[in-house]
Design a protein around this ligand. Structure first.
Ligand code: THU
Length: 138
């Protein structure tokens, strides 16, 4: 697949919008995520916490679930993650594993991009930098 022209600033802005819908009364740490697919569609997610703390859901996995539940079939190419509480808010290990799951489509691997905000503008990682070795069935 050819590299798509991605508007990373727009994707980060969508993640910022999503963070406004965070339900995080326990940690008070809001997170928003925006997933971009090859067909141009963008899906949003925010973190949703629970009084039973361990049941909280991360923004990234909520965004991915939203896309899958909507029937999205094209390749995931990028995800932006934003927190108003902390710059350079990296996806947790569980979310990286989820992202890894959707980096392969029809046996073809795509090294998707992870977009974050830093004090010096955007920082864009390849998933392989953040999770060089994921679990998968060979
Ligand atoms: N959180 C996310 O939404 N994404 C991550 O990748 C890491 C952490 C959320 C979970 C919890 O609601 C809050 O941030 C503090 O851990």
């Amino acid at each position: 697949m050819e590299e798509l022209k991605i508007d990373f600033n727009q994707l980060l802005k969508k993640a910022q919008d999503a963070s406004k819908n965070s339900y995080s009364p326990y940690s008070k740490f809001a997170v928003g995520a925006a997933c971009l697919f090859e067909d141009g569609k963008i899906y949003l997610g925010s973190n949703i916490e629970n009084a039973s703390y361990g049941l909280g859901l991360c923004a990234e996995r909520n965004a991915l679930s939203s896309a899958l539940c909507d029937g999205e079939k094209s390749q995931l190419v990028a995800i932006a993650v934003f927190s108003p509480n902390q710059k350079h808010c990296l996806p947790c290990g569980a979310c990286l594993q989820w992202l890894s799951e959707f980096s392969v489509m029809n046996g073809v691997h795509y090294d998707l991009q992870v977009v974050l905000e830093t004090d010096n503008g955007l920082k864009i990682y390849k998933l392989s930098e953040l999770l060089p070795h994921s679990f998968n069935f060979e």
